[in-house]
Design a protein around this ligand. Sequence first.
Ligand SMILES: Nc1ncnc2c1ncn2[C@@H]1O[C@H](COP(=O)(O)OP(=O)(O)OP(=O)(O)O)[C@@H](O)[C@H]1O
Length: 304
Amino acid sequence: MSVVIDFKHVSKQFNKRKVLIDVNFQVKTGEIIGLLGPNGAGKSTLIKIMTGLLNPDGGQIMIFGKQLNKNKQKIRKYLSIAPQSLAVYPQLSVKQNLKIFGEINGLSKKEIKEKYSTVIQTFGLQAIANQKANNLSGGQKRRLHSAIALMSPAKIIFLDEPTVGADVDSRDSIIRAVKNLAKQGLTIIYTTHYLQEMEDLDARIIFLNNGVIQTSGSVKNIIDKYAHPFLKLYFKEKIPEDIPGWQSEDGYLKSTNLGSSDSNAKLVQTVLNKPELKEKTLTDIEIGKADLETAYRTLLRRNI
Ligand SMILES: Nc1ncnc2c1ncn2[C@@H]1O[C@H](COP(=O)(O)OP(=O)(O)OP(=O)(O)O)[C@@H](O)[C@H]1O
């Protein structure tokens, strides 16, 4: 797989505030990159720089092996962005919207025809092809919005929170579509605050925080590294400190020795039956699963 995006020491500041600091990463053909990070981390700024909408203050960006700042016009043809705000022609039908964006993006009649039939299927829009965009539901509009990004010669697609406001079905078809597109060799840069989507996409995560890439890797890699599953039992009264297998903290007992949900239930039962806990009042149970959300919280706490 060849490198399609190469960021070298990229930095950006607004009003003397550093928003991106020495950012380095590479993306290969057909990858799905999950750009994660809290509000204000610098994700949109990174995407704007990657798509040539914003110039960095320092560093170099290579797209398809060519310097972005020297070949903007040529390169931008192959980048397509579906931003957070919806941009569709409300009075036109789904079909008309897709076709008109194909024309705007410089596709030939033949290309429009071919792309249209793939895109409409990929995003499950066949049944509503003749409906006016204005009359679509929020989730249907979201699907159309993402589909429009594909009515172009683009080889790298940027999807900025494409499932906001989408119901479960629309969300699932967007996820399925994104996976299909990657299989076809398109490179996808995807942002979302719904961590489950990153797991469903099996994306390669780039975790940005305070303008720095704090970590990157496959979902599994990030979970293994940062999600340490735990179980906490909170009690109303003071709790003893010497219960084997459990750490006693201020107001709760914590176990990190977890297994299946059955064995965890047994673990809880066993500890609650201990004579020193029998008279105590259990007020809450907290479970930190081995998932991306737990890993994300660990990363946020580290906040380097
Ligand atoms: N044009 C601008 N002028 C001044 N400050 C800006 C500008 N654009 C972004 N910023 C600031 O840069 C920081 C990073 O913003 P950015 O939009 O890249 O974050 P984000 O990770 O995309 O956040 P969110 O998840 O909320 O969309 C923020 O503090 C933001 O206020």
